[in-house]
Every structure is written in C-alpha cells, then in structure tokens.
Design a protein around this ligand. Sequence first.
Ligand code: PGA
Length: 254
Amino acid sequence: MRTKIVIANWKMKLGVFESIQLVKKLKLAFLKKLWQEQIIICPDFLSLPSSRQALLRSKLKLGAQNCFWQENGSYTGEVSVKNLSSLGVEYVILGHSERRRYFKETSLQVASKARLALLNNITPIICLGESRSEYKNNKTLFILKKQLKASLDGIKLTAKQRLVIAYEPVWAIGSGESLEANKIANILKFLQEELKKITSFKKAISRISFIYGGSVNPDNAKVMANFKDIQGLLVGSESLQVKSFTKICQEFLS
Ligand code: PGA
C-alpha cells in the first residue's frame, strides 16, 4: 500500500551539531502526529549516526543523499550502502541533479546504485528532471522517459521492495519557481503509465511512489495535496526551517 511521503534533503548545509539540533526540533514538532512515519530526513553522511541517535523513540525515517555502486573494495572516499544500512538508513537519494551536474553521474550509474541499495534493504529515491532549455523546448517528457528507463536498468522489485521516483525539474530546484500542481500531477501520471508498460514494474506499481521536488513551500504543498497523482514531496531549502517544514508536512500529509 502506497502512503504519501515527505522527504527532507538537507544537502551539505548543516554541521553535525546543527543536524542533531534540527532532528530534535522536528521530533518534537511531529510528536504524536500519526503521519510522522511518512517523513524521511536526509542529513549529510557525517551526521547520520548522531541523527539516528537523536531520532530514537520517534517514527521519523532516516535517508542518505548518495551511496556507491559497489558494496566494498578499493574505492577511496566512497560510502558503502551496506554501512548505511547498518546505521539504520532506510532510504537513499540517487541521481539528484546536483550529482548529475557536478559529479557527472549517469543514469546507468544511478541504476547500479539503486540495485545495490535494494539488495541492502534500502529504498532508492531516484531523481529525474529536465533542464530549463529542455523544458522551454517541450522536451520534458522525452527526457524523463529516457532518464527513467536508464535509471531503472536491471531493476526488478521483489514483493517486499519499494521504490520512489522523484520528478525534479532542474530549473525549479532552489530557484523559488515551482511547476504548477496540475502540470506536476500530469507528469507524475505519465511516469506511472510509462512504468506500467513494463511487466515487472506493472505488478509492483503500488509499491512505487511518484513524487515532486523543486521549490516546495507550504503554499504550493497545500495545493499539491489535492492531487492524488502527487504522492510525495522532496524538499530542499524549506526543510531546514522547522516552521516551514512542519507546515509543509501538515498541509500535505494530514
Ligand atoms: P529546493 O531543493 O526545495 O531547495 O528547491 C529541492 C531538491 O534539491 O531536492
């Protein structure tokens, strides 16, 4: 059964101490909220262990912002998804446009990481999105279809595995410009239909969540809550503000 989710992507914006403080504040803000287990907090790698500690006795979930495509070996500086799993990480953001842009990550690499994450009981949050010029030239659906197919290469979900597909227009990230809710819903529906064309995903469609990210704020979250095809939100900057993030979750999940 698919439930709505809200994911907080803290990027590289907080120190370890600040992350712990924010986790504690959010834990308090969401205390007794029935939908708190639908919220996933993604701090940076170094803050994961202390965030886990701070999250004790709370149902908020923990996610990472990346992982490597091998479990272990001579890969200086990389982070193993197996280690993330042993820390209690349940989700991992993969193929965020900042990683595709600054680290030249390809969709096929994203697929390798996602396959390994699934093997380690971690749900991949696979990010897709078109650039501003692709958007302006009406290439959005073409680009998304291509990224979707390649980012899912070789993936087959078992009965217990879940997947999150996050549509994040690159031009909407951090720009304050979000796409209109009805357009987002249509695009997420399109992605859903595309996956249904693949037999193995068709059977698993109720375990795949289709979500939106890019300048999400309390106002647009309220509007998006009315669209059944928008099954979740990926929130960047506004997830660092307790008041804003609480409002977003309240509007979208309650
Ligand atoms: P934003 O970031 O909410 O600040 O636009 C979203 C993201 O990068 O996932």
